[in-house]
Design a protein around this ligand. Structure first.
Ligand code: PGA
Length: 256
């Protein structure tokens, strides 16, 4: 089964509206329409419309993504953004369960599953993030795998088997995020293969083969080419390097 790689840029809490216009235009200018990987930009909520307009004006195949969502359609939830709102804004992907949301915003496995379910109900692809901390990694590869597989299992909790094939998983070891330290391509592969086995147990082998599993954690142009050949690594969730148009596009090229 050939999976189309996905490269998603997670801008985190960076870029004002004016800066977002410049960065998305720079990325769009460097992007060739015959690039084969799927590409998504995930700016802060407030920048979505700006980035959308830049991409629409250029008739760019680059997709729009968000970094979070709340699971209700509307109501008295101050500060929250619903999947209905994201859909109307033209959002195709939405990150859920990023380790920063788990750490700073107390996001639990149950919340991750609710968010993923709500997104799928509105035709938005959730990019479900999982990953172990350094302490768990230091207990050994198997301990890390058990931890991450349990996170995946919990995220799938509320999803119907036929919906699971529409998700994306991002494996992001916490100790590799923003640290300049990456997992080795081999250990990323080992983890992504274990995640795929878990997906097969939940949704069947065929669905598991169709699901994209990304690696994230200090991926950049200089190392992306080492991850691209790994059979179960289907792209990247890019943080820091997504803020540099040339570097981001070079990562895309590594997955051509
Ligand atoms: P990084 O972030 O590429 O800066 O390590 C990745 C992420 O947190 O999604």
């Amino acid at each position: 089964m050939m999976r189309t790689p996905l490269i998603a840029g997670n801008w985190k809490m960076n870029k004002t509206t004016a800066e977002a216009a410049v960065l998305s235009q720079d990325i769009s200018n460097r992007f060739y329409k015959d690039f084969t990987p799927d590409v998504a930009l995930c700016p802060p909520f407030i920048d979505l419309k700006t980035v959308r307009n830049v991409l629409a004006f250029d008739k760019s195949p680059i997709k729009l993504g968000a970094q979070d969502v709340f699971w209700e359609d509307s109501g008295a939830y101050t500060g929250a953004t619903s999947p209905v709102m994201l859909r109307e804004e033209g959002v195709s992907y939405c990150i859920v369960g990023h380790s920063e949301r788990r750490e700073y915003f107390a996001e639990t496995d149950e919340m991750v599953s609710r968010k993923a379910k709500a997104l799928l109900a509105h035709g938005i692809t959730p990019i479900i993030c999982v990953g172990e901390g350094l302490k768990k990694r230091d207990e050994g590869a198997q301990a890390a795998i058990d931890f991450v597989v349990a996170q995946v299992q919990a995220a799938l909790q509320l999803l119907a088997p036929e919906d699971i094939k529409r998700i994306v998983i991002a494996y992001e070891p916490i100790w590799a995020i923003g640290t300049g330290r990456t997992a080795t391509p081999e250990s990323a592969q080992e983890m992504c293969a274990s995640i795929r086995t878990c997906l097969a147990d939940n949704a069947g082998a065929e669905a598991a083969q169709a699901i994209r599993i990304l690696y994230g954690g200090s991926m950049k142009a200089e190392n992306a080419a080492f991850f691209a050949p790994m059979p179960d690594v289907d792209g990247g969730l890019i943080g820091g390097a997504a803020l540099d148009a040339a570097n981001f596009i070079d990562i895309v090229k590594a997955f051509l």
